[in-house]
Design a protein around this ligand. Sequence first.
Ligand SMILES: *Cc1c(COP(=O)(O)O)cnc(C)c1O
Ligand SMILES: [Zn+2]
Length: 405
Amino acid sequence: MAAHKVICWDCGAEVTDPFVNTCPKCGGLLTVKMDLEKVKEMKPTDLHKTQIGVWRYAPFMPVDPAHKVSIQEGGTPLYPVKALGETIGCKNAFVKFEGLNPTGSFKDRGMTIGVSHANELGAKVVGCASTGNTSAALAAYAAKAGMKCAVFLPSGKVAMGKLAQALFFGAKVLSIDGNFDDALALARKMADERKLYLLNSINPYRPEGQKSVLFEIMDQLAYDVPDRIILPVGNAANIWAVYKACMELKEVGWIDKVPMLTGIQAAGSAPVARAFEAKNKTFEPEPNPETVATAIRIGNPVSGRKALAAMYNTGGYCTTVTDEEIIAAQQLLGRKEGVCVEPASAASVAGLKKLIEIGVADKDERVVCICTGNGLKDPDTIINNCAPPIKCGNSVADVERILSE
Ligand SMILES: *Cc1c(COP(=O)(O)O)cnc(C)c1O
Ligand SMILES: [Zn+2]
């Protein structure tokens, strides 16, 4: 574990109370400042030889492995996607498939660090508001840690697989009358009154674990830095985590350039993309976010300002894709690459296609699309967008006729 401090991202004040989630002085966003002096003496080959996943990068993590709560998260594949790339006009595209984490999304990377930190603090009750994947991950890690877990879900808007997971892992699943932003407000009130330890991404420890996706990509590309990394943006912590990881690798001298970090939002839920287009550092919340990509259906993204900084500081970009473009990209991943992602995750691939069409990305760029979650999380959307099973008679001739169509 590296030494670290929790500081305010806005005013720089150090924050020592582990139960506050915003700066007591200015109300700003918190972040972890790592002391990487020791890591500067290391090289990538000094990382653990056989361990894969988040804890391989323990020297960059603010939690002592002695308190580790892990289900072997991370270590996901980085696919070169030639066929998909040819279809959308990008020669050097890769997909980092985060759907192969233990609970099926990148949220596990943050949760192993967040719940390990809760364990370090002796927390007995943890909680979060969620569009689904955060609650699925927290429920699993709380079960592993033997902690009580409360998840606050917006009523009726959570994909079936995610709800099933939260119930299955034994969390108290609370259906809140309102959208994600309302559910988060209630969870934060509970945390302020110290009734639970909050593990939304406003918690500065979770993005620390999420940094590991970038560390892994660099390992998988032998530290040959890609030109661009594309991510879907919802609450906007993940793109911030990837940015922070880039800055830390640069600080320790393991990389000398940084990819253009590019965020993609759904057209019906795009406060960050609108701010980027207007070149603003802050955003106006979207009161009625709507999209098939429920994991990024967020109107008031907690880390929106950090995400904007990440994109501006790396020469990146931010734009929107429609629900139709998201579903088309999801199907392309399935039909061309045998990869099944949930709609929010397909936004990164839909975004790459759009960036090439509008001339922002070059066809020769080396691009990594982060596909954040597994398609089986949301089977309804898949079935609604595929042709139904074909009625077939009980003979070889019947089958042959259908196969020849
Ligand atoms: C949480 C989530 C996102 C959005 O990540 P943010 O950090 O909130 O921007 C995207 N895709 C999936 C599958 C998610 O679970
Ligand atoms: Zn502050």
